[in-house]
Design a protein around this ligand. Sequence first.
Ligand code: PRP
Length: 178
Amino acid sequence: MPTRPYVIDEMISAKTIAAQIEDLAREIHDAYADTDKLIVVGLLRGSFVFIADVVRELDLPVEVDFLEASSYGDGTESSREVKIMKDLRGQIHGKDVLLVEDIVDTGITLKHVVGLLNARKPRKLKTIALLNKQARREVDITADWVGFEIPDEFVVGYGIDFAQRNRNLPYIGKVRFT
Ligand code: PRP
């Protein structure tokens, strides 16, 4: 439960997000045009809204799987320890995989999960993140596709939480403490 009162100011509208996903989907389509099956992996929990919109824009044979990782828990500071709470259901050896992440902040989560999945030897593994906070990066990792570069602001909505709240906002908002 957040301890201080706050309001949320809209930062990226639902319409702007949708338009950007359409553009990104075209690029993803071209990158995987030769695939007979693309396994789209959502990194829970934050990516659940984004992956739903991404897969519906992809005109490719797609399977969906999920992996749950957590490094923030209910707090706002990364523990720098990535806990895998739920693994994939399927095998990815020799398969085409797209890993879908909501936000790359320190990069610790994405780097850890990419390492984990690459160890399973997929044919091709690429990554997409809706948001990238480059200023906060602590490890060397960049998503192959990024929806929006954002400044170091506390953001919520479109799957992203503040102490588990506000994931259901249809837009990306900025938390302002009052
Ligand atoms: C958040 C977010 C990313 C990660 C990014 O997950 O969804 O996965 O942190 O931060 P990083 O780049 O500093 O590692 P969180 O651990 O809060 O779990 P959640 O997705 O269940 O909210």
